[in-house]
Structure formats: structure tokens, C-alpha cells
Design a protein around this ligand. Structure first.
Ligand SMILES: Cc1cc2nc3c(=O)[nH]c(=O)nc-3n(C[C@H](O)[C@H](O)[C@H](O)COP(=O)(O)O)c2cc1C
Length: 197
């Protein structure tokens, strides 16, 4: 399915988003708007040039990251796991149902993972970058995930959402939960929700 068009201008000034960014781990149960999900995914991997370059830089333009949305409570979107397609700014479902409890279990039972309304999970196909850069490519992929997560983190602030980065994750369990390919490893995740009033 095609996502609503992202907003390409305006919003909170960057310095304010930087000043206000903080890890927020307690969320209201209020569903997220599909427009906010669209904006968050665009900030992670949206295409911003005719050549297909993206909001996030990529070592040698090898684009090793795959971006997944885990929808728990999102207005207008069934709970499930979706792969983001940067070229079409669309989503393809990879798993159905609300997996937040299983997701939390795969992340050391962190409460913020169980209670988030949505999450963005970054999977890495390391070979795309190591084919060009050898062993150094592995580091490049992880650095790239940091860029993507920071984009998402600042975009979340600008949308008035709470968010936190999750690095403590069980690769094998997440790989199967998101129905990732064998050559793809989950490496980093951001979880979100409206902040608890
Ligand atoms: C690579 C990385 C992994 C992290 N993993 C987790 C995590 O698994 N759970 C969590 O609650 N916070 C996690 N955090 C968030 C840090 O705990 C948080 O950034 C730190 O306490 C500083 O607080 P601040 O983000 O509000 O400035 C992670 C941060 C980074 C950079």
C-alpha cells in the first residue's frame, strides 16, 4: 500500500528538535496517525533525489539497510509487520497481527517495547556493503543504521512523539518475527508512542 505523502518542508526547527530530544519510554495507548508513520519512515529511508539517494547517507550508495514498520496501534493500518519500499514510499506486509508482546520478549522484555504503539526495525544485508568494502563494510553498515535512527529520532521529536533507541535485541528471534530473509540481520530499532501526559 502507498503511504500518505511525507511533508517535505516546515515543521519544528532543527535546533529545537536537537534540544528537546530525549529517550522517552512511557507511552499513551493513543494510536499513531498514518501521516506520522509516513513521516518517520521517510526520515529513515525516503528517496530524495532522482538517482534514488535517500534522507540517510549510505557508504558507496550500497543501501544495506531494510526498514520495517511494526504496527501495534496505528490508525488506518492493521497491526502487523511491514517492509518499507523507499522507491514507492509504500509498505508491503511481511507478518500479520499484533506482535508487540513477542517483540518485547525478543528485546529483554523491555516495557517500552511492549507498550509502544509502533516501532521501526532496521535489518542489514551486510553483503551489499562488504562486497564493495570488505570487512570495513560491516562497520559502515552499523554507522549507517546510526544515521537512520538519528533521523527518525529527531523526526519523532518534531512530531511530538516519544521515542527510544533499542539496541538490546535477540537477532534470531527478531529475524523470524519480522520474516526477514536469511541474509538479513536485525541490528537496531526505534520504538514510539505519544508521550504519557
Ligand atoms: C546504540 C544504543 C542502544 C540503546 N539501546 C537501548 C535499549 O535497548 N533500551 C533502552 O531503553 N534504551 C536504549 N538506548 C538509549 C540510551 O539508554 C539513552 O540514549 C541514554 O540513556 C541517554 O539518554 P537520552 O537518549 O535521553 O539522552 C540505546 C542507545 C543507543 C545509542
Amino acid at each position: 500500500m502507498k503511504l500518505p505523502e511525507p511533508r517535505l518542508a516546515g515543521g519544528m526547527p532543527l535546533a529545537q528538535a536537537l534540544r528537546e530530544r530525549r529517550s522517552i519510554r512511557a507511552y499513551a495507548t493513543t494510536p499513531l496517525a498514518l501521516a506520522d508513520i509516513s513521516q518517520l519512515l521517510w526520515s529513515a529511508a525516503g528517496v530524495t533525489s532522482p538517482e534514488g539517494f535517500r534522507t540517510t547517507p549510505s557508504a558507496g550508495a550500497t543501501f544495506p539497510l531494510e526498514t520495517y514498520l511494526i504496527a501495534g496501534a496505528v490508525d488506518g493500518l492493521a497491526a502487523g509487520v511491514y517492509r518499507y519500499d523507499p522507491a514507492t514510499h509504500g509498505l508491503g506486509q511481511t507478518a500479520a497481527g499484533d506482535i508487540r508482546a513477542d517483540l518485547a520478549a525478543a528485546c529483554m522484555n523491555q516495557a517500552c517495547v511492549a507498550t509502544c504503539t509502533a516501532a521501526i526495525l532496521f535489518g542489514a544485508v551486510f553483503e551489499r556493503t562488504t562486497a564493495k568494502y570488505g570487512d570495513m563494510g560491516r562497520d559502515f553498515v552499523l554507522l549507517e543504521a546510526g544515521h537512520a535512527a538519528q533521523n527518525v529520532s529527531l523526526q519523532a521529536v518534531a512530531l511530538g512523539l516519544g521515542a527510544v533507541a533499542i539496541g538490546a535485541l535477540d537477532e534470531q528471534r527478531l529475524q523470524s518475527l519480522a520474516a526477514m530473509g536469511d541474509n538479513e540481520k536485525p541490528i537496531y530499532m526505534m520504538v514510539f508512542g505519544k508521550p504519557n501526559a
